[in-house]
Ligand binder design. Sequence first.
Ligand SMILES: [Zn+2]
Length: 244
Amino acid sequence: MSFWDIIYYYGYFIGIILMFVSMIISAYCKSSFKKFSQRMSSKGITADQVARYILDAYGVGNTVTIKPISGSLTDNFNPKDLTVNLSESVYGNSSIAAIGVAAHECGHAIQHHVGFVPNKIRAALVPAANIGSRFGVLLAMVGLILMGVVEYNGTDSTIGVTITYIGIFMFSFAVLFYLVTLPVEFDASRRALKILKQDQILVGEEMSGARTVLTAAAMTYVAAAASAILTLLRLISYMMRRRN
Ligand SMILES: [Zn+2]
């Protein structure tokens, strides 16, 4: 049994397993955030103060503003208006989780400031990835159906094959985006944890709490990338099967 046979026959099953794994990771991410939201840092400084300190101390300076936003786990760095947006449970909060998340978003601001290459690639991929994730799979499915239908009638299936190829090509940009997101996210957390430790913003056991929260968050990106890769492989395996 070849690799493509395994994907063709067991892709659906692997997909279901992946879906469960993603759900477990997501639940773990939320629960670890909740757990370390209840542990206050011994220094008593709030996450937005930490963010301001990091931006100033690491050369990003006053060009980046820090704003509170609504929602939970909605924290982000917006490179368009240069803001670090911190959610309700982070902004003004001095918990280990809040400080870890704020430092992570500052990590993204620093990446933007220093021109971190994977971050640039990721930004460049956004338009193609958006289109690809929205229409790629749909188009490939239409193409596959056409291939089946047209072949059934015993005529040429060029149109079906072409549409399938275009769909797969478009979706591969979404997959690429998910993959490039990984080094960007891991690097932001790495920068955050390094600063929190060396500048003694978090001390002793507090560090392992922040690390747990950020690692759990990073795992959700790994799960998303894995399921996108599986979808791409499944589409390719269907096409190969139809073509033979
Ligand atoms: Zn991030």
